[in-house]
Write a protein that binds this ligand. Sequence first.
Ligand SMILES: CC(C)(COP(=O)(O)OP(=O)(O)OC[C@H]1O[C@@H](n2cnc3c(N)ncnc32)[C@H](O)[C@@H]1OP(=O)(O)O)[C@@H](O)C(=O)NCCC(=O)NCCS
Length: 314
Amino acid sequence: MATRIAAEHDLPACSELRARWRDRFSALISADQGWCPAGTPVPRLETEELVRAHLLGTSEERWAVVSEDHGTVRGYLLCGSDGERRQMSVICQGPRVAEPADLATVGSELLSFALGERARRGLVRAEAFVHGPTVEIGPLAALYRQCGFRTPSSDPRLEMIRPRSLPLAEGRPVSLRTAPEVGLDAFLEADAAVRGCSVNEARENLAFSQRMWIVDPAVDWMVAHEKGDLVGVVETAVTKQGVGVIDHLEVREAYRGRGYGSALLAQALSRFRSRSEFVWLDTDRDCVAARRLYERAGFAVHHEHGTLSAEVLA
Ligand SMILES: CC(C)(COP(=O)(O)OP(=O)(O)OC[C@H]1O[C@@H](n2cnc3c(N)ncnc32)[C@H](O)[C@@H]1OP(=O)(O)O)[C@@H](O)C(=O)NCCC(=O)NCCS
């Protein structure tokens, strides 16, 4: 097997590989779930134009690596260089799913070669963004880790969805009041107390949500109290494409494990009634309580995303 910088004449072979991986993805993910509420198609597959631009190597910033076996191209990596940040980015990678043997051998050859090229170009960092079904992300992340990449503690993130129509018991009674009902300032104070952050940070979080989603404070931002005690917050929204979002759900530490999380989630979900077909959220892969809560409420992992990065390698 030989690995080298790709050239224009590799384009037909790379296009053929790309089409093959796309077909395998389509078989893995049913068509009606092929969306990502964050606005990225799932899986994030490179376009034909992107492959072409990297293979033509028209600029120092875009280049590609191919691996071939007896003259047959088996995989490719599309890379980018950012001289200012002295960073290499892996933009797209193959082989993809359903070829575990190739992933281990061809994949690690491609990555090792690209990392060598990174050093040759004087780049000290490497980064890769992964986005796709769990079946792919697990082995892919393992491969990157083997090559020296590290996963930030909160990555990869699990993106979970659930049909709105799924029934869910309301559970423990809890009194939820919206942001206008308690007043926006009081809402932010409560949000900060639950999250353990400053009111300013809580305000910034909400501003971020407003930029990301369609938010109706009279419906979407709620504070939970029981017998006058602050218990938790739940913040929901709807995407521009009309998908319900559990933007943030948190129960104060002292109240956890007593059914409040389930009750807040049930009430939040009931607010989506006429607004969206699906409800989406993302959560840390390692957050056991949240995963349990969401799985019990009928959420299933749709796909994962995350950034893997490597600092100066030896
Ligand atoms: C996730 C969170 C909201 C759950 O709230 P909660 O009030 O503890 O939830 P509940 O008491 O309703 O429990 C929900 C399920 O999680 C399980 N659970 C709760 N704490 C758990 C823990 N520490 N470990 C494992 N499972 C746990 C419960 O057993 C329950 O499952 P079950 O009904 O099958 O027994 C809460 O832990 C929290 O605020 N965590 C920090 C913020 C966070 O991670 N938010 C979600 C980010 S998207």
